[in-house]
Every structure is written in structure tokens, then in C-alpha cells.
Design a protein around this ligand. Structure first.
Ligand code: KG4
Ligand code: ZN
Length: 340
């Protein structure tokens, strides 16, 4: 039998300080997440300087807990995987510096991981049978990508957003209807009380780029609708706005994903990123996949939003392919998928 590969993974790209211990890429022994949401709520969004300071405060504690929960010591580790981009530079630097320090002190191999590669790899954790190639729709606060996962670590971006990311649109619309930060989960919840057919919001199509997305027009349409109501003295039904907006986003995501899967001939679709925890999106994708005979994969909500277990999954495949980072590993805030 081959020896188990144990990886300590660290994630600090935005407002979650997280550490996990992952065995053989798919077995999560611990997954500790310290969320800063309560802190950033006060400001209506993530304040980068506050995020970095909080990461520094929490990172040692989170790592200690992840090791303890998994009954692992630093001596047991085969590698340390850390998110080095994309994300907030000051936030990323905390995780990268921590990973380098442990790696240097204990002579443990270091593997820098792309945050989006982590989101995609979250699908490996609970779907032991999932292997590339497959299509993955990545929908997070900063990214909206339709990706062909050709092999472990090999990605082809088929489409991307031209303006706002899907999560960003959720957050902006939530703010406009007074729901506060983070908007995605709040719209998800409120929309259950609303009628998704109440308001018709436009779905942007981009000529000659059937896989690309655009959400800024939809966001403007919501703002125009709210202004129009205010001018006419009509009371806004916030649940209807939330449900109708959410439907417009989900319809476009489903349409584009279905097209990509069909044209690729791959027959397997995964979703990833914070917005992939959205109840309506999960149901709509599941139904569309069932109707089209496509196998559908999605991580549990806890592995959709930022966490370190997904970095451990991605880090494992990078490690097995021989990826090693040096002590010059730096935070790369705008790191592109597939780049090193
Ligand atoms: O992947 P993630 O945790 O962080 C980034 O890498 O950006 O995604 C965060 C985004 C936020 O915009 C948040 O509002 C959105 O994911 N989100 C949701 C839901 N949960 C989180 N959007 C819609 N429905 C949800 N249930
Ligand atoms: Zn993320």
C-alpha cells in the first residue's frame, strides 16, 4: 500500500482565516475556519487593512486547532499548501509568510496554490469518483469563470465575466435593498418569501462570446427599478426583488453552463465558489443536468465558501505532480488561473 500524503493547508485570501489537514487530497481530517464577517459587516464590505490584521491575530490559533482536531503534528506532514493568489495582497501575505516560516523551520515542502484552483478542487472532497476532464462553473465574490478542467492542474477558461462577478452582483443588489453584507446568503434567504416571476430583469448576452457573462446591466436594472418605485411612491417588495434578481442570475449561469457541457461533449458539470452554495442555483443546475443527462457535482456549502480544505485538495494534486515553491513565494493579488 502506498504511504498516505498529509497536507496542512492555509487560506487567508479574503475575510476567512482558515487551516485544514487533508489526507491524499480528498479526505478532510480537519477544517477550521475563523470568519471575519461580523467585523466587516459594520462597514458594509471587506476592509482590507482590518482583514490583514485579523488574519495575523488568528492564524496561529487556527493552525494549532486544525492540527489538534486531525490528531496530527508538524512532523507528520508531507507538505504545506498555501493560497498565494488571487486575493487581497495584505491578507494573502499573512498566510504565505506563515506557511514559509513553518516550511523553513521544519523543512517541509511548500506548495503555493491558486485560490480558484482550490474552489474547483473542493469538488474532489465529497465526490471520490470525480476525475478530470469536466466543466466547472466558478462563481465567487471576485470571479465568474466557466472552466474546462482538462486534467489535475490544467485549466482552459472558456468564459468569464466582462464586469462584475456573480457574488459581487449579489452583494451590490443586497446593499441596494438594505440587506447588508454579505449579500449572497441574505438574498438566498429572503428570496424564499418572494415571487421570482414578479419583476422581469434583463439577462445580458454577449455577441460572439456565448460563455462570457455580464452582470452590471442586471445590477443597474435593479437600481433603476428601485429608483422608479421611489419616484412613483410605490412600496418595494424586497423579497420579490431578491427572488427576481436571483432568478435572472441563475438562468444565465445555467444556460451558459449547459451550453459549455454540451459543446465539450464531457457530460460532467461541477460548480464551485461562494455563490455555488446558493439554494436556487443548486436546484436549477441539478434539474437542468438531470434533464440533459449530465452528471452534476457540487460541494457542500461549507466547502463552497472560502476554506482551507479545498486548498489542501488542490495542493495535493500539485504536490503529486512535483510542484514545489521556494522561499521567494510571494502573494500575487491578480494571479491568473493556470499560471505559476
Ligand atoms: O468564494 P467566496 O467565499 O469568496 C471569494 O473567493 O470571493 O465567495 C464569496 C461570495 C460573496 O459575494 C457572497 O455574497 C457569495 O459568495 N455567496 C452567496 C451565497 N453564499 C455566499 N451568493 C449567493 N447565495 C449564497 N447562498
Ligand atoms: Zn473564494
Amino acid at each position: 500500500m502506498e504511504k498516505d500524503v498529509l497536507i496542512l493547508a492555509i487560506e487567508s485570501s479574503c475575510d476567512e482565516t482558515a487551516a485544514a489537514v487533508v489526507k491524499n487530497g480528498r479526505d478532510v481530517l480537519s477544517n477550521v475556519i475563523s470568519s471575519q464577517i461580523e467585523l466587516h459587516k459594520l462597514y458594509g464590505g471587506v476592509v482590507p487593512e482590518i482583514a490583514s490584521r485579523k488574519h495575523i491575530e488568528k492564524i496561529n490559533q487556527v493552525i494549532t486547532e486544525a492540527l489538534k482536531e486531525s490528531d496530527t503534528t508538524l512532523d507528520d506532514l508531507d507538505a504545506i499548501a498555501v493560497t498565494y493568489g488571487p486575493g487581497l495582497v495584505g491578507a494573502l501575505l499573512v498566510g504565505v509568510a506563515e506557511a514559509k516560516a513553518i516550511s523553513f523551520a521544519r523543512n517541509i515542502p511548500l506548495v503555493g496554490v491558486h485560490h480558484i484552483e482550490g474552489h474547483i478542487s473542493a469538488n474532489y472532497i465529497e465526490n471520490k469518483d470525480l476525475e478530470p476532464p469536466f466543466i466547472c462553473l466558478v462563481v465567487s465574490g471576485g470571479h465568474t469563470h466557466l472552466v474546462k478542467v482538462a486534467d489535475y492542474g490544467t485549466y482552459e477558461i472558456l468564459g468569464r465575466t466582462r464586469d462584475d462577478a456573480a457574488g459581487e452582483a449579489f452583494d451590490k443588489v443586497a446593499r441596494a435593498i438594505g440587506l447588508g453584507y454579505p449579500g449572497g446568503p441574505k438574498i438566498d434567504r429572503l428570496s424564499k418569501e418572494g415571487n421570482a416571476e414578479a419583476i422581469h430583469f434583463p439577462k445580458a448576452k454577449i455577441a460572439d462570446a456565448p460563455y462570457d457573462f455580464s452582470f452590471s446591466g442586471l445590477k443597474s436594472a435593479v437600481l433603476n427599478y428601485l429608483n422608479g418605485c421611489q419616484m412613483k411612491g410605490i412600496e418595494v417588495n424586497r423579497a420579490d426583488v431578491a427572488a427576481s434578481f436571483q432568478k435572472a442570475v441563475c438562468d444565465v449561469l445555467v444556460e451558459h453552463a449547459m451550453l459549455a457541457v454540451k459543446e465539450s461533449g464531457l457530460n460532467k458539470l461541477a460548480i464551485a465558489g461562494g455563490v455555488a452554495s446558493n439554494g436556487t442555483l443548486r436546484m436549477a443546475m441539478e434539474q437542468a443536468c438531470a434533464e440533459n443527462g449530465i452528471r452534476f457535482y457540487r460541494p457542500s456549502p461549507i466547502f463552497c465558501t472560502d476554506n482551507a480544505a479545498m486548498i489542501g485538495a488542490a495542493g495535493y494534486y500539485e504536490y503529486m505532480q512535483g510542484t514545489r515553491s521556494g522561499y521567494d513565494l510571494n502573494a500575487v493579488p491578480n494571479l491568473k488561473l493556470g499560471e505559476r
